[in-house]
Every structure is written in C-alpha cells, then in structure tokens.
Design a protein. Structure first.
Length: 364
C-alpha cells in the first residue's frame, strides 16, 4: 500500500524525516511518534501535497512526485485539526466532498447518507456543524474521508480531544473501516494503547527516523513471561508468597504483578520468566508440591507502552553506570526478555525523546 525509500524532509531549523524507509501492507497500520516526530509531514508527502527533500515514496503503486492527483482520488484523508465550516450541515459538507472526489450528484447523496449512518451521525445530519460536539466533528471528518469509497485512508490523530468513551467509539469505527469495507487504514497517534487495540501493524518513528516496523502481535509478544495465579491453603496461608519462594529456590526468575510494588497488592499473581517449555512443568510441579490450587497459568503479552519502558529503563541504567551520555539518547533497543514492573496503560503517550527545539510545528 505504501513504500518509502530513504525519504527525507528538511526545514530550515529541523529535519522532519530522516532517510525513512518503510513498507506498509494492507490492513490497519498505526504510525506512532511524539508530537513533532514527523507523522503529519509524512502524510502530506504521501498525498502529494508537499515535496520531499530527497528519497522516493509510492502509494498504491503511484509515485507521490508525479501522481499526486491520482493518489488523492484513491485515498481518503482525515486531518488532525478542526476545519469544518460551522454554518453548514454534515450532509451538505460530505456531499460537497463527495462531488469534489468525482462522484455524480445522485451517487454523492446516496454515499453520504450511507457513510453518515455508518459513523453514527444519521439522525444529526441536517444540523449545522457549529453546534456539534468534538466527537461529532471527528465523525464528520471520518465520513468525508470515506465517502468516495477509497482504497486507503489516512487518519491523522482521529481521537484528539475525545473523552474515553468517545475515543473507544472512534477506535471501533476505525477498525470497522477495514473489517466491514476492506479499506486499508494508516492512523497516526501518540497514544500507544490506541494502536495496540486497533492496529494490525505498528510503525514507530522518532525525530523523523524509523525505530521499528512490525506486526502488533510481534510488537507485544512476551515469549518469556507466564502469569501464574494460585489459591491459599491451610498449609500455605499465603500461597503466592510460598510459590514465589519455591520457584526462586528452583532457579526461576519471578516478578510481582505488573503495576504493583508488593505481593500484598499483587492480587495473587506472579510473573515467571519462561525461556523454555520446562518452565511450565516447573510451575505445575511446584504448585502441586505445595498443595496449592492453580487458578491460571497463561502466557502474558507486553503492552506496547511497556516495551518502550523496558528499553528506556535499560538505557537509563546503562547511562547511570557510566556508559556515557550518548547512551541516554540512543534509540530504544526493544528488549522483550524483561517484564516491565509498570503497567502498560492504554493511552500512554509515546515520548522517548523530546522534539527538537523550535521544530515542533514544522516537523509535525
């Protein structure tokens, strides 16, 4: 769907994109980065609205430098900022955008009604948009991006300004764009939890550079972590503590429940590093030997936010032991071997590095 090769965009005071090479296939893809990381700049280049300084990019097989108009015929775009005329109804606006995309009048009206129904605005479609809530305005912007039945849509920070309920509803709509209509989606966000729940693939950029591009499953995989929960017994009034001591004595690496500081608040859940199948057997046999009841033993997955926290913690630890200041500013290493001691909270902002001074408005 999208291919870039050594794509760069430089402004007088900042480099927004720095030799970015990425290959994005069909499905729902999340583009994550801090404010000023270059997400919006990339979308403008992909739409043929801004020239790249160097490198190349293709969207749906079309060259962004030569085929901008053809790309915009096949791609929908939902801008980040509020750009809706307040004295126009949603129906009028979306019909107008459909006509701008080349649909004839009758088809434009039919597609508008269907699209506004899909985004949940059918009952409010004749009201002036100046009286709409933030959530309703975001739905209008999504509708105009979908009305001409594109092959691909770019959604720039679609949950901006929404409360938790509105955010969840918008994420559900985004997912349905692909599952119900087969339209591929590139959605930008600085909130990691959103991408984890919505996207098939995640692309991470920082300072205009590619940090990682992989499937969400691969990104959040924690192959060496088992969540274990046991019951208490008369023999072991604190079954969790007894199990932990026995597993540590047997050489296992055990940590408390994520987001807690002590066993007393852990909800009787332990996380056991499991590098091989034998660890499952060890946990089972240890639980049985202590006479405890095994409530659950299941593979645990990282949240995306935890992956970054692990990498940041490793970088900080190396810096604190004298590895040098350069280590503290290096790109995250994305270690998946350690289990973070802090919970990956949906909606956690991604910000491993601060935007370059004076460049936030240009780079983003």
């Amino acid at each position: 769907m999208i291919v870039t090769e050594s794509l760069s965009k430089r402004f007088p005071r900042v480099t927004a994109l720095d030799r970015l090479s990425v290959d994005i296939g069909p499905g729902v893809t999340g583009l994550v980065g801090a404010n000023g990381a270059g997400k919006s700049t990339l979308i403008k280049i992909l739409l043929g609205l801004a020239p790249a300084t160097e490198g190349s990019a293709h969207v749906l097989g079309l060259d962004v430098t030569k085929d901008g108009a053809a790309i915009r015929e096949r791609v929908g775009y939902m801008p980040e900022h509020d750009c809706l005329p307040p004295d126009v109804s949603a129906t009028e606006f979306v019909v107008h955008m459909a006509r701008m995309s080349g649909l004839p009048p009758t088809a434009a009206r039919e597609r508008t009604a269907d699209t506004l129904r899909h985004v949940g605005l059918y009952e409010e479609r004749y009201r002036p948009m100046g009286g709409y809530s933030t959530g309703m305005k975001q739905r209008v912007k999504l509708a105009q991006a979908l009305v001409h039945d594109p092959q691909l849509v770019f959604l720039d920070e679609p949950t901006n300004g929404l409360d938790p309920v509105g955010r969840d509803e918008m994420l559900g709509l985004i997912r349905r764009v692909h599952t119900d209509f087969g339209i591929s989606v590139l959605v930008t966000s600085h909130l990691l939890g959103e991408l984890e729940r919505t996207c098939d693939h995640v692309v991470v950029i920082d300072g205009g550079k590619l940090l990682r591009s992989s499937s969400t499953d691969e990104f959040t995989q924690a192959t060496a972590s088992l969540a274990v929960e046991v019951t208490d017994t008369d023999r072991c009034p604190d079954g969790t503590a007894a199990l932990r001591s026995a597993l540590v004595a047997a050489g296992a690496v055990v940590s408390d429940a994520v987001g807690t500081e002590s066993l007393a608040s852990s909800g009787h859940v332990l996380y056991v590093e499991a590098s091989s199948e034998e660890t499952h057997d060890l946990v089972r046999d240890t639980v049985a030997g202590l006479g405890l009841g095994l409530i659950r033993m299941e593979q645990r997955r990282h949240r995306i936010a935890e992956v970054f926290r692990d990498a940041d913690a490793e970088s900080n630890a190396e810096a604190n032991t004298g590895a040098g200041a350069a280590v503290a500013t290096a790109a995250p290493s994305f270690s998946s071997s350690a289990v973070s001691s802090s919970a990956g909270v949906p909606g956690t902002p991604y910000a491993p590095h601060a935007p370059q001074e004076g460049g936030a408005s240009d780079a983003d």
